[in-house]
Design a binder for this molecule. Structure first.
Ligand SMILES: Cc1cc2nc3c(=O)[nH]c(=O)nc-3n(C[C@H](O)[C@H](O)[C@H](O)COP(=O)(O)OP(=O)(O)OC[C@H]3O[C@@H](n4cnc5c(N)ncnc54)[C@H](O)[C@@H]3O)c2cc1C
Ligand SMILES: NC(=O)c1ccc[n+]([C@@H]2O[C@H](COP(=O)([O-])OP(=O)(O)OC[C@H]3O[C@@H](n4cnc5c(N)ncnc54)[C@H](O)[C@@H]3O)[C@@H](O)[C@H]2O)c1
Length: 453
């Protein structure tokens, strides 16, 4: 077998792997990167970016629906084929652009999953390749479900390749992916069912706001089943029948397509980590504050696959940057959990940053909560929005803002203002002294902190 040696071998060409690889190459190291799929990673090809291209059409429908009869005569009709074509115009460029970019930096590319064969060797494309350092940045992959008929389930990656809009769809899992896609399909006219084993959708988000979002989707015809365990999926002539147990009651729904949106797990299965003594568990590759594996110090992990990650793009980029720097200048940077805002791109969006109400009680004991509906605010009224709500958490002793949770059409942008306020440890009175543009949604944030709950 042919053999080769690199200073750094990176597994995975998403934002985390690319960032680490580029830093190493720019600092004169001999670098290779392998991906088993098209180069570019989840966010750019099968995640955030193509999703946002498609979602904006659903958002336009929602906005115009609210203004129908108030100036809008007809709700725009969409062409799924044209939307997919527009989305493709972004996605199709990614693999070639990514590869060219990496090659220009002198990085060697491999198009296969490598397998570790020893602590510092892998086998890939028929070669034995050794390296001084390895970076594992292989991301997450959909969780495998184990009931009868699970082979019929589609994944989020399949969603992006739907040739036509299904008449009906079922989502197993009401997390980020299940909620964003069910909002999208239901708005475009598909009959949607969502089944989750938990007690609520989006368990990481504030229950008061999630309930409002779910109620709103229910009003638009989305059916939700919580506390439900799937028993089997049967293939019928045109449809699938999804059989599930809700508490002790057996139930079933039929739909044209069924998506597994039950979460994503670390993509490590193909790597034969045990051959290199790389400790991992269900949270991913176990790493220390330098994002270095403790059982094999020549291995770093960054992005979704690292045990210290939250699966969000900005965090993957940050971790890739830290790993790149720690390889170039031995362990010069520590990963300390930054404040990470997050948003579910339904309409309205659901956004969060900082502490939840319970976390704040645990940490500070005495807290103040500003909570309520903002549908009477001018911004909501002028767009005839029927859902706009908030919960903002304050440390009562210091008056410092410690958490913010927003449900509104511009929550995805407004949450960043709270991210900065929390980062700066701003008090409510300092926040209220700032001048914001008017009548912007950000100016509503000051109004939200008027009367504590
Ligand atoms: C549908 C969807 C929507 C999302 N929307 C958002 C959003 O709006 N905002 C946000 O912040 N985040 C979003 N995310 C999460 C975001 O996409 C990830 O956090 C981010 O892409 C992780 O980057 P990464 O580099 O760690 O991993 P990835 O981008 O997943 O890259 C990992 C790469 O490794 C490759 N790989 C895997 N196994 C192997 C192997 N054995 N050998 C070789 N290569 C391998 C994969 O093919 C992939 O290219 C979304 C995710 C999904 C699925
Ligand atoms: N807007 C965004 O930033 C965005 C969008 C999509 C994904 N993401 C990232 O990707 C990650 C994965 O998202 P996701 O939606 O795949 O997972 P998730 O963890 O957000 O949600 C999974 C849901 O499936 C349910 N579930 C699990 N097993 C089940 C079963 N057997 N039957 C029924 N329900 C089951 C869980 O209770 C949960 O509600 C997220 O954590 C997020 O960080 C982010």
């Amino acid at each position: 077998m042919e053999s080769k040696h690199y200073d750094v071998f990176v597994i995975g060409s998403g934002v985390a792997g690319q960032t680490a690889a580029k830093i190493c190459a720019k600092n004169g190291l001999k670098v290779a990167i392998a991906d088993k799929q098209s180069f570019g990673g989840t966010c750019a090809i099968r995640g955030c970016d193509p999703k946002k291209v498609i979602l904006q059409f659903a958002d336009i429908i929602k906005k115009t629906e609210a203004l129908k009869g108030l100036g809008i005569k007809e709700i725009p009709k969409i062409s799924w084929e044209a939307i997919q074509g527009f989305k493709k115009s972004f996605v199709d460029k990614v693999p070639k652009g990514t590869e060219e970019n990496l090659k220009e930096l002198g990085i060697d590319l491999y198009h296969q999953s490598p397998k570790f064969i020893s602590k510092n060797e892998i086998s890939v494309e028929g070669k034995t390749v050794s390296a001084d350092k390895f970076v594992i940045a292989s991301g997450l992959t959909p969780r495998t479900l184990h009931f009868e008929g699970a082979q019929f389930l589609k994944t989020s990656a399949d969603f992006f390749n739907l040739k036509k809009l299904p008449k009906s769809a079922t989502f197993i899992g009401a997390g980020y992916v299940g909620m964003e896609f069910s909002y999208l399909l239901s708005t475009l006219g598909c009959k949607v069912t969502v089944i989750d084993r938990g007690t609520q959708a989006l368990s990481q988000f504030d229950a008061f706001l999630v309930e409002k979002l779910v109620e709103n989707m229910q009003k638009k015809g989305v059916k939700f089943y919580f506390n439900s365990e799937i028993e089997s999926v049967e293939k019928l002539r045109k449809n699938f029948r999804i059989n599930f147990k809700q508490k002790d009651k057996t139930n079933s729904v039929k739909s044209r397509i069924v998506f597994n949106t039950s979460g994503r797990v670390p993509a490590t299965e193909l790597l034969a980590l045990e051959k290199a003594n790389i400790k991992n568990d269900e949270t991913g590759i176990i790493v220390n504050e330098f994002l270095q594996n403790e059982t094999n110090k020549n291995v770093y992990a960054c992005g979704d696959v690292s045990s210290k990650s939250l699966p969000l793009t900005p965090l993957s980029g940050l971790q890739g940057y830290i790993v790149g720097n720690n390889i170039v200048k031995e362990n010069s940077k520590k990963f300390t959990n930054p404040l990470v805002p997050s948003v579910v791109f339904t309409y309205p969006n659901l956004a969060t940053v900082g502490l939840s109400e319970n976390e704040a009680i645990e940490k500070y004991k005495n807290i103040k909560v500003y909570k309520g509906n903002a549908t009477h605010f001018y911004n909501a009224k002028k767009s005839n929005e029927s859902i706009y709500a908030y919960k903002i958490i304050i440390n009562k002793r210091t008056d410092v803002i410690v958490g913010a949770h927003l449900l509104g059409s511009e929550a995805n942008e407004c949450i960043n203002i709270f991210m900065m306020a929390i980062n700066q440890k701003m008090t409510v009175s300092q926040f209220k002294k700032l001048i914001f543009t008017y009548p912007s949604y950000s100016s509503d944030l000051k109004k939200m902190m008027k009367n504590p709950d």
